[in-house]
Design a protein around this ligand. Structure first.
Ligand SMILES: [Zn+2]
Length: 385
């Protein structure tokens, strides 16, 4: 059982949903599976009353391991907010949302500014976080006439400039000190946005990180959604440029024969063991996983590599194969499947290496997949084998 609970969700709602599921579990055809599901649900439910939802939500994993028949249970407060409610019942724990949070270290900054206020936000993976929302108290421009109009307009302009200066200082602090963002998108009505961007208080290092500026009509969270929609193409392009730069660095190291570019599962595992990996390049095209097959009669385990789409075929094949160890018929079962990415995320985390998922959407990504099997690494130092 895998449960993803976004922040702000009432746990009592989850509890009643799980109670409903208990009823469904009894109607599962396979008796053992039904029993295991019910047991997992009961175990999670009994612990729910002691839990409180956290700032970033909760990730809960519970289930009975097939071999030992032992109940495993984990409740995890994720490092970033959970964005999607999810309830998955499967033969494995789904940890992909958590992995995304760890693998994706690139935080982007989002800023919307007009004379009335400013919104500062960050986006990491798919998680959006509003960091600050400021009101300006600068009066509107229009609606005043008469002799003093010019003087009032000048006064308002001074107030607006003061506001931009204050917001520029805040932007420097949030995006450079607090988050050290990789890129920034800025939105707002053109006049306010341009005056702000030209303000001398805005740090030149932050200006250098601007991916694009966009005219938007709204502020606050609605404005951010609007801005992200407009910036989508440039953001994709930005992510792709970073990916491509890394793959090209890999090709370069390989071409110069520095010993710092390696590829393939085994060499990379050895490099991880030597804590030598700086960046792991993992292609989006890899659908390979390892499965553990066990004989229910003699308990002997066999490991096999397979493609995700071939798992059903493999299941059929082993059901018709006698155990190579004890020759029993139809005793072989898949008891565990591990995706290659899971294995490598773990290795990268343990050794503090960066992971970059390389898409197949560009030429370098295709070369990485087709020529190097989709798995490569740039090392901090060459490793002697
Ligand atoms: Zn056997």
């Amino acid at each position: 059982m895998t449960l993803y609970i976004p922040p702000g969700t009432r746990l009592s709602d989850i509890t009643s949903k799980l109670t409903d599921e208990m009823g469904t579990a009894t109607s599962i055809k396979d008796k053992n599976t039904g029993k295991a599901v019910a047991e997992a649900l009961r175990s999670i439910l009994s612990r729910m009353q002691y839990l409180e939802n956290c700032v970033n939500g909760l990730a809960i994993f519970g289930g009975v391991t097939e071999q030992a028949g032992k109940m495993e249970y984990f409740a995890i407060e994720p490092p970033e907010p959970i964005t999607k409610k999810d309830y998955i019942c499967d033969s494995r724990f789904h940890v992909d949302h958590l992995e995304e949070q760890i693998a994706e270290k690139n935080t982007l900054g989002i800023l919307i500014i007009d004379r009335g206020g400013a919104t500062f936000a960050t986006i990491r993976g798919s998680a959006l976080k509003i960091v600050a929302d400021e009101d300006s108290f600068v009066p509107g421009k229009h609606g005043r006439g008469g002799q003093s109009a010019g003087r009032i307009e000048r006064g308002i302009e001074i107030l607006a400039q003061e506001f931009y200066s204050k917001m520029a200082r805040q932007a420097n602090h949030i995006f450079l000190d607090q988050y050290n963002i990789k890129g920034l998108v800025v939105g707002g009505p053109s006049m306010s946005k341009d005056s702000f961007l030209e303000h001398p208080t805005l740090d030149y290092r932050l200006k250098a990180k601007i991916i694009g500026t966009y005219d938007t009509g709204y502020t606050g969270e609605q404005g951010i959604r609007e801005l992200l929609m407009r910036a989508q193409d440039d953001l994709d392009e930005f992510a792709m440029v970073k990916e491509r730069k890394l793959v090209q660095r890999f090709f370069e190291e390989l071409g110069k024969d520095t010993g710092k570019a390696i590829y393939g599962e085994e060499p990379i595992k050895k490099a991880f063991a030597a804590a030598a990996v700086e960046v792991l390049l993992f292609s989006d095209g890899i659908k390979r996983l390892h499965v553990k097959i066990q004989c229910t009669s003699c308990n002997k385990e066999f490991l096999e590599a397979s493609l995700e789409e071939n798992i059903p075929l493999l299941e059929t094949k082993i059901s018709q194969t006698a155990c190579p160890n004890c020759s029993s018929d139809s005793t072989l079962k898949i008891v565990e499947r591990q995706y290659l990415i899971d294995e490598f995320v773990e290795l990268a985390q343990e050794s503090g290496a960066e992971i970059e998922i390389i898409s197949l959407g560009h030429e370098d990504g295709l070369t990485l997949m087709n020529t190097f099997g989709g798995l490569a690494a740039i090392l901090r130092f060459p490793v002697d084998w």
